[in-house]
Design a protein around this ligand. Structure first.
Ligand code: GTR
Length: 392
């Protein structure tokens, strides 16, 4: 790490255009130095510029968005579950490309009492089983029963269906479907996180055909590597009304230039997980100062929709204050729309969620995880901003 170019998290003042005296790219300044002072300039110039930066420098460019071959196979049309309170649907999302074919298995629990129901879509990066709780077994990572009880549909898929979480030279999963020759890859070809985000977007394609789910109120959520993925998904696919990034850390919400001694940084993450990002991202390892982006700009791409970032008090590896500062620095974009971004610019204490504006943040007590406390806060935020009727 080039220490002198990194941000220090210790008590120095926040000044305009920089944090703790270190310059960050200004979210509201175009590449040619013009100040963005209207929604029109943001949407026509600056937002596309930033999106392109994340495509070319961090996550990589998708070879295809919605493939012409996309089809939805109903595996389970609607079984009553949870003591008759929900319908369970299962769908296989199928696609093919020049390499081969792929499919994503989706399970949806849809409350019967709310029509159409707003929804949470979990990008499950943990275990395959984790994406669907066994009957009667409480799963804090995926509390389906509680989500349904609060009037939300709970949808999940296993990210490994889209692409395996291993460095396989991009010879498997969605990469091999659409780009069968890995030698044809370029420095901005998509990595595994981009493929997972792409998979979540294909599920949104299905949601748009499902009358029991309210497509205008769908949250995409992920934890850790899934939290980085959820941010990229919500940033690049504007159909998601709420983007939730739980403990996403490096490559997710955490500012790269923030010098938090125990936190992960680009050189480490691109070495330990060489398949997650595009090749270009590696060149910023130990050279963060030349990055043309930083992670507050990723959060900003979600504006004017809802965004929520959360951290855990014992998760120094994710760089909690760096996750929080991204939300603060992204907020001027919401203000451009006449909305409130994050309300509050002081790093909050544990269990003091900030939920007033369109950007939410909380610091949970405990370790790196997705817990019931996090879910309850996410549903509070969705209730508040979507005014959804609770059906306790
Ligand atoms: C860690 C990695 C983090 C985070 C985490 C996870 O090993 O360094 O960036 O993504 O894995 O996904 O649980």
């Amino acid at each position: 790490m080039k220490q002198k170019q990194m941000l220090r998290a210790s008590g120095l003042a926040l000044v305009a255009g920089s944090v703790w005296g270190v310059e960050l790219p200004d979210v509201l300044k175009t590449a040619d130095g013009k100040t963005v002072d209207s929604v029109t300039v943001w949407e026509s110039v600056r937002r596309p510029e930033i999106l392109e930066l994340f495509k070319t420098q961090e996550f990589g460019r998708n070879p295809v968005e919605r493939p012409a071959s996309l089809s939805f196979e109903a595996v389970e049309a609607g079984t009553e579950v949870l003591e008759g309170k929900a319908l369970r649907k299962r769908v296989n999302i199928r696609y093919s490309g020049p390499g081969c074919a792929g499919s994503i298995r989706v399970t949806a629990f849809i409350p019967k009492a709310v029509k159409p129901a707003p929804a949470f879509l979990l990008i499950c990066t943990m275990t395959e089983q984790g994406s669907e709780p066994a009957p009667g077994v409480k799963n804090p990572v995926w509390p389906v029963e509680e989500i349904v009880a609060r009037g939300y549909a709970a949808l999940s898929f296993f990210a490994g269906d889209v692409d395996p979480d291993t460095f396989d030279g991009f010879t498997n999963g969605a990469h091999s479907v659409f780009q069968p020759d890995p030698k044809a890859r370029t420095a901005d070809s998509w990595g595994t996180l981009a493929a997972w985000a792409w998979g979540a977007s294909r599920i949104m394609d299905w949601i748009e055909t499902e009358p029991l789910i309210d497509r205008t109120r769908v949250a995409v959520i992920g934890h850790s590597r899934g939290g980085k993925t959820a941010l990229w998904c919500g940033a690049s696919d504007t159909r998601f009304a709420l983007t939730i990034s739980n403990d996403s850390g490096c490559g997710g919400a955490k500012l790269n230039r923030m010098d938090l001694p125990k936190s992960e940084h680009i050189a480490r993450i691109t070495t330990a997980f060489p398949h997650w990002f595009c090749e270009n991202f590696k060149k910023y390892g130990d050279n963060e100062a030349v990055l043309p982006l930083d992670q507050h700009m990723l959060v900003a791409l979600v504006a004017p929709r809802l965004a929520y970032v959360a951290s855990a008090s014992e998760d120094a590896w994710a760089g909690q204050e760096g996750e929080f500062r991204s939300c603060v620095l992204a907020s001027p974009v919401w203000r451009l729309y006449g909305k409130k971004g994050l309300v509050g610019d002081t790093f909050p204490a544990v269990a003091k969620p900030l939920q007033e504006g369109c950007v939410g943040y909380h610091l949970r007590a405990g370790k790196h995880d997705l817990e019931r406390y996090d879910w309850d806060r996410y549903m509070d935020f969705a209730d508040k901003h979507w005014r959804s009727a609770s059906v306790h």
